[in-house]
Design a protein around this ligand. Structure first.
Ligand code: SF4
Length: 388
């Protein structure tokens, strides 16, 4: 993907706004950025964020044009996880009042996924809580993915089932899964502080197994957990090293009932800076704004689209996002076009909101700074219509 030329600078060297453009230009010529330069960008003056954003936007435009890829989450199995990831509402001992249910039927999973496609998504992510799947779980997912792909051959499918055992990635590939998500979440040096029930190396091994089986590796991170700037950079370079083709960046949603409740360490400009550095580190990787965008980017969400080329449509695994109509209006208002929109939702074009105003109010309030995430009470595992 990159040539061998590596440039770097001292983290102690202040970065001028002209440097942002120069760095982007060199990346467009095929060079790659080193960790010290990335750290300097992350620590650049927040007052200069528009210049940093403009430079990162040049990279985004080169590789992804004006398209925004929509992903749609289907939580196949919610809560009741034996692992202790401290950020997660589904963790062992979580007191968060999330939906808890065991495996959806194939029919319900496919129905949920097709509503995501009808809403404009081109990739569906089938997710299940837990340390990792048993072989019978993989068979279950393989069956539903096979049926889903037969009905929707144009759709991309990502599976996210946890740590994989030998042979499971190959089984998923054979049934039509396109990508496998397993986030590193944070740096190796921070990992033992956020999770003790498995190790960083378990995660890298699964990403490598997925890649070796021919699945597109999707792996990203969560920021806002108290990690240092150095640890963010370390995590981004670990992802580049792994060859992650899609990098979801989550902003911590501090669920009540989890160890990271009441943890509010981000502001919108810092979130943008993190996304910009992620773009500089891996310019050609899909960069996905993931959970927590509403509460942490807030009024700067649309600006982040100039750096990231992808978002999740509608709701998250256990919490509610802004309405799907608002997502679509935001994309359009910012001058972007949904990837494959015409192909994936031909019957929705006439009804599409033309402006944010036409999208109407958000049906449910989405948490803001200092407010608990709004727990998901619609879509998969409920009798209510999904947010798609
Ligand atoms: S992140 Fe995954 S493995 Fe960790 S507690 Fe949550 S569902 Fe379990």
């Amino acid at each position: 993907m990159f040539n061998k030329t590596v440039f770097n600078n001292s983290a102690a060297t202040p970065v001028s706004t002209g440097t942002f453009r120069d760095l982007a230009e060199r990346l467009l010529q095929g060079e790659v950025i080193g960790p010290d330069a990335a750290l300097a960008l992350l620590r650049s003056d927040p007052a200069d964020y528009l210049d940093l954003l403009a430079a990162a936007a040049a990279l985004r435009r080169r590789y992804f044009g004006n398209r925004v890829k929509l992903n749609y989450l289907v939580n196949l199995k919610s809560g009741l996880c034996p692992e202790d990831c401290s950020y997660c509402s589904q963790r062992l001992g979580s007191a968060a009042q999330i939906l808890k249910y065991t495996w959806l039927t194939s029919e319900e999973a496919i129905s949920q996924a097709e509503q995501g496609l009808a809403g404009g998504a081109s990739r569906v992510c089938f997710v299940a809580s837990g340390r990792g799947p048993a072989d019978r779980d993989v068979d279950r997912v393989a069956g539903l993915v096979g049926d889903f792909k037969t009905r929707n051959p144009q759709a991309e499918v990502c599976a996210c089932l946890g740590i994989l055992k030998d042979g499971q990635a190959e089984r998923l590939k054979a049934c039509g899964v396109d990508a496998y998500n397993h986030n590193l979440n944070t740096s190796e040096s921070k990992y033992s502080q956020i999770c003790t029930s498995h190790e960083f190396s378990d995660r890298t091994r699964t990403v490598e197994a997925a890649k070796a089986a021919g699945l597109s590796p999707c792996s990203g991170l969560i920021v806002g957990m108290g990690e240092s700037d150095e640890e963010i950079v370390e995590a981004l370079f670990a992802l580049r090293e792994l060859g992650s083709e899609s990098v979801p960046v989550n902003f911590l949603m501090p669920f009540e009932g989890t160890p990271l409740a009441d943890t509010w360490l981000l502001d919108p400009v810092k979130c943008l800076q993190i996304l910009c550095v992620a773009r500089f580190v891996a310019p050609q990787s899909e960069l996905r704004i993931a959970g927590g965008r509403e509460m942490h980017l807030r009024s700067l969400q649309a600006m982040a689209l100039h750096v990231a080329n992808s978002i999740f449509l509608g709701d998250y695994l256990t919490s509610e996002g802004q309405s799907a109509a608002e997502d679509l209006a935001m994309i359009q208002d910012a001058g972007f076009v949904v990837l494959d929109a015409a192909e994936s939702r031909p019957d929705r074009t006439a009804n599409e909101p033309q402006t944010r105003a036409e999208a109407g109010p958000v049906a449910e309030p989405v948490a803001g700074p200092g407010q608990e995430p709004v727990l998901r009470r619609r879509g998969a595992g409920t009798a209510r219509q999904p947010n798609a």
